[in-house]
Design a protein around this ligand. Structure first.
Ligand code: HEM
Length: 534
């Protein structure tokens, strides 16, 4: 029996809709009835009230009233484009995913974003950048939902809503961080594990020049798996072939609030297609255990990176953006990227932040777009076989799978495709103390930021950093918060604390030893608190 619609037909109709030109169309109401003119409103007499029978006007106004969907709760401001993936080098020896077979190509969409700002906010704000990629592979969609920094502010997902709320408007004043940075520093001064990301954010890398001149990072450790179930940990990097470029605070403030959108769109229109190289670091489970034992780096801790000398980068393939959206709402606002969208050969690690994200994104999508958001063309997979499942009905069910039984039927059975490997083999083993030390602050938390400050930042960058941080801190209304934050900077390097003290005109605390961060275990304290107790 033939299904009324399949993925290919859907894609064809969608393409037809995208490409339609105005002169080929006829003006109608939403039920397809031609209307001679959009302004021909029906009213009683020459100057009387309007008529309820004027469906054309009601149709127009009521649809207008419903034009907005909720903006993304984070990453609301963004730009996207379509393009192509090519596995120029491949990764077949380590991963069975079809898209990693050397030479394989597939369509992709990338959406770039800032994190904290609202949909209408400037895209040159000092903020991490989202870097979300949807690879439409022959085995389903793989959504790579990363950022432009390899680390993040937290390693405990329960902190995420708290942290994000400090970037949003104040509940009473409705002011955002530009006018009042108290909440921002209050959070950071109580959660020192954020310091590595704060150093990157407040340093010269904090404002990339639009979207084309930045790298993307998966951030979390993933597992990549071979057909026989053998796996290694993987850390993916998306390296800009344009190189990286950044703006200073002054440059960014003087530019258009839609700089990134304009720059990307215009580059693609003139055929200057931006591209990135996917690279990967890999590590065995034993190496991960050793890394924890010897260097105190836990691969499930998103505030740390994998050392590149020990785990070198290997090139896998190229991502090129060569097509602009024809319709921003349909192709960007309605796009939905979800870390839980994985493909055979790519599996999650036990990183608690990743584990929580696997839940949070599709939950947000069902709220933001609706239960059938996967059927929207920008999100729909393009597998070569006809998809079937038992998800039926709900609002806007365009692809409702015809007359096929909506249960697992013995009369009209569907077909199943085996997963090559045994999930027990891939997920049977957990490494490290991933849960017990989630919130504990340890001396190692300051190693990477210290290295950044001492080995990477130039004298000029250091000056700018002190300017940026002290400038931002001047909008914080509570000196106690800043004293704590200065103590955290002192753990990174005393000269940062001293520089800030000079600018601000008061002294911060001498260090974080003995401090208690909202009940967080402080491994820096003399009295060692057991990792599993408060
Ligand atoms: C967007 C939750 C951490 C990258 C979102 C959205 C939610 C969310 C609800 C909006 C989704 C939508 O409406 O489409 C969380 C939670 C986190 C977390 C609960 C931690 C517990 C992260 C991290 C990264 C990241 C660590 C990067 C490594 C992104 C990106 C987007 C996004 C790129 C925008 C996707 C797009 O362009 O549509 N996040 N997030 N998030 N998040 Fe996260």
């Amino acid at each position: 029996k033939k299904c009324p619609v399949n993925n290919t037909e859907m894609a064809r109709n969608y393409e037809d809709d995208r490409q339609t030109k105005s002169h080929e169309t006829v003006y109608t109401t939403s039920n397809g009835c031609p209307v001679p003119h959009p302004y021909a409103t029906q009213r009683a007499g020459v100057n009387g009230p309007l008529l309820l029978q004027d469906f054309h006007l009601i149709d127009l106004l009521s649809h207008f009233d419903r034009e907005r969907i909720p903006e993304r709760v984070v990453h609301a401001k963004g730009s996207a484009a379509h393009g192509v993936w090519e596995a120029t080098e491949g990764l077949e020896d380590l991963c069975m995913a079809d898209m990693f077979k050397k030479g394989t190509k597939c369509p992709l969409t990338i959406r770039f974003s800032t994190v904290g700002g609202e949909s209408g906010s400037p895209d040159l704000q000092r903020d991490p950048r989202g870097f979300a990629i949807k690879f439409k592979t022959q085995e389903g969609n793989w959504d790579f939902v990363g950022n432009n920094t390899p680390v993040f502010f937290l390693r405990d997902p329960a902190k995420f809503p708290h942290f994000i709320h400090t970037q949003k408007r104040h509940p009473a004043t409705h002011l955002s961080g530009g006018d009042d940075s108290t909440m921002f520093w209050d959070y950071l001064s109580q959660n020192p594990e954020a310091i590595h990301q704060v150093m990157i954010l407040m340093g010269d890398r904090g404002i990339p020049q639009g979207w084309r001149f930045m790298h993307g990072y998966y951030g979390h450790t993933l597992k990549i798996v071979k057909k026989n179930g053998e796996w290694v940990y993987a850390q993916f990097h998306i390296i800009s072939n344009q190189g990286t470029k950044t703006f200073t605070q002054e440059e960014a403030s003087a530019l258009s609030p839609d700089y990134g959108q304009k720059d990307l769109f215009e580059a693609i229109e003139r055929g200057d297609y931006p591209s990135w190289t996917m690279k990967v670091q890999t590590m065995t489970a034993t190496e991960a255990e050793e890394l924890w034992e010897k260097q105190r780096i836990n691969v499930f801790d998103l505030t740390h990176v994998w050392p590149q000398k020990q785990f070198p980068l290997r090139s896998v393939g190229t991502l090129t953006l060569n097509e602009n959206p024809k319709n921003y709402f349909a192709e960007v606002e309605q796009s939905a990227f979800n870390p839980a969208h994985m493909i055979p050969g790519v599996e999650p690690s036990a990183d608690p932040v990743l584990q929580s994200r696997l839940f949070s994104y599709p939950d947000a999508h069902r709220h933001r777009i609706g239960a059938n958001y996967q059927q929207l063309p920008v999100n729909a997979p393009i597998c070569p076989f006809r998809m079937a499942n038992f998800q039926r009905d709900g609002q806007m069910a365009f692809f409702n799978q015809g007359s096929r039984p909506a249960y697992l039927s013995s009369i009209e059975p569907i077909q199943f495709k085996d997963r090559a490997y045994d999930l027990n083999k891939v997920h049977g083993k957990f490494v490290g103390e991933a849960v017990s030390f989630l919130s504990e602050i340890r001396p190692e938390d300051f190693n990477a930021p210290r290295k950044l400050w001492r080995d990477v930042f130039s004298t000029e960058s250091k000056k700018r950093f002190i300017e940026t941080v002290s400038g931002h801190m001047k909008n914080c209304k509570d000196q106690e918060i800043l004293k704590r934050q200065i103590a955290i900077f002192r753990e990174v390097s005393p000269d940062i604390a001293e520089g800030l003290e000079k600018k601000l005109g008061f002294k911060g605390y001498s260090g974080i030893k003995g401090m208690n961060f909202n009940g967080t275990h402080n491994g820096m304290s003399e009295k060692k608190i057991p990792a599993n107790g408060m």
